[in-house]
Design a protein around this ligand. Structure first.
Ligand code: PMP
Length: 399
């Protein structure tokens, strides 16, 4: 008897495509090997296209995770005494505040209740307060999709405002990049960072970011020392060499992941970014129909704040956090709550990348959640929820 492997439907790491798995699962190549050089160079070029970034921007792919990418940005751009504004939507915005304060920044932290996004006018107010005190703001930070609540901010007005105030705008796209619309060049955003294990569709292990010309100039103008392993100036020659299809070394890259990155980004670009954003929107809408049929209410109260990459769902009456284990017993991993203020009141389901091309995965996920709910003795019409999901998917395809 074979048992089916549990389906990974947490908000990262996520299920990866067979082609990505094949690219990754080879004997480790050297970092100077021809196929690695080609994959590295091509990946950097493709990152600009996935990020919708300017030709003058600099992509970086280094060993690490999303936290590494966040730290790298702070290490290169923030100096002690710098003023910074954080548009805070939850757990990962809090992490950014901590990093900024450790780097010696003066931080204005604009918080919101879980599931809400601080209004742009509050960021305007923070810029005005700094201006009145004679302080120039170095950078505004925002989490594109906060993985702890499923709340999504609108980066475009924040990027515009930051430009107008001559501050950098920096966006954490760990739970968004390659899934939610982000037009780095058109919007004038200065840094967009992510990690490999979410909508990019790879195993964990790569920190990925693209820095625009203004961010690169800010690094060049920096007076404080930068930790060497994080230093853009140490990494830029390596990235440029690989892009010119020349081997280079500063610190060893995870070569199997670089091979997989080229395949993952090719898959994304084969569809095109518009199709990619639409895939996530459509999948999220279909799953929302299923959750609604099961009586599950999302944490983001406003539809325009709701991300397409994950569902954060409140436990209905009579259900508790053991739901996550009960769903796992039914073959699907979902995630517990993460936002400290509401941790025990909700759970999370990731839906990014490859899983959205697999209706069978989505059906298994909805059925497992329905089964988990039913195990509490509450009414949960799994068949009706699957039907609602399929009808929404169908309507979108034919509509
Ligand atoms: N930012 C966001 C929005 C995230 O979702 C995560 C990871 N869940 C991180 C940062 C940190 O990334 P990592 O766990 O890869 O270090």
């Amino acid at each position: 008897m074979t048992t089916q492997r549990r389906l990974l439907m947490i908000p990262g790491p996520v299920e990866v495509s067979p082609a990505v798995r094949e690219a990754f699962a080879v004997p480790p190549p050297g970092h100077l090997a021809e196929d690695v050089v080609e994959a590295f160079g091509a990946s950097l070029e493709m990152m600009r296209r996935v990020w919708l970034a300017a030709p003058s921007s600099q992509p970086f792919a280094v060993s690490g995770s999303g936290t590494t990418a966040m730290e790298m940005v702070v290490a290169n751009l923030i100096e002690p005494g710098d003023a910074a504004i954080v548009v805070n939507t939850g757990y990962f915005s809090d992490r950014m505040v901590t990093m900024l304060r450790r780097a010696g920044a003066e931080v204005v932290d604009l918080t919101a209740v879980p599931g809400e996004v601080p209004n742009v006018s509050r960021a305007e107010g923070a810029f005005a307060d700094f201006a009145r005190a004679g302080t120039k703001v170095k950078a505004l930070f925002a989490t594109h999709v906060d993985t702890s609540t499923g709340a999504m901010c609108d980066p475009a007005p924040l990027a515009r405002l930051s430009r107008e105030r001559e501050a950098l705008s920096i966006f954490d796209g760990v739970c968004a990049t390659a899934a939610e619309r982000f037009e780095m060049e058109a919007w004038g955003a200065d840094v967009y960072l992510t990690a490999s294990q979410k909508a990019i569709g790879l195993p964990a292990g790569l920190a990925l970011l693209v820095a625009g010309a203004r961010a690169l100039a800010a690094r060049d103008a920096r007076k404080a020392e930068t930790p060497l392993a994080q230093d853009w100036q140490a990494w830029i020659p390596v990235m440029r060499a690989y892009e010119a299809r020349k081997p280079a070394y500063f610190a060893t890259p995870p070569t199997n992941l670089i091979l997989a990155l080229a395949v993952g980004l090719e898959e994304i670009l084969a569809d095109g970014m518009e199709a990619r954003f639409a895939l996530h929107e459509r999948g999220a809408r279909a799953l929302r129909a299923a959750w609604s049929a099961l009586g599950l209410r999302p944490v983001p109260a406003r539809a325009q704040n709701a991300a397409s990459t994950l569902s954060a769902l409140r436990f209905p009456a009579g259900v508790d956090a053991s739901l996550v284990a009960r769903v796992a017993e039914r073959g699907v991993y979902v995630a517990s709550g993460l936002h400290p203020a509401i941790r025990s009141e909700y759970f999370r389901i990731g839906h990014m990348g490859y899983a959205l091309t697999r209706t069978d995965f989505l059906m298994r996920c909805v059925e497992a959640v329905a089964g988990g709910l039913a195990s509490f003795g509450i009414a949960a019409d799994g068949e009706g929820a699957v039907r609602a999901m399929l009808e929404t998917l169908q309507a979108e395809v034919s509509g």
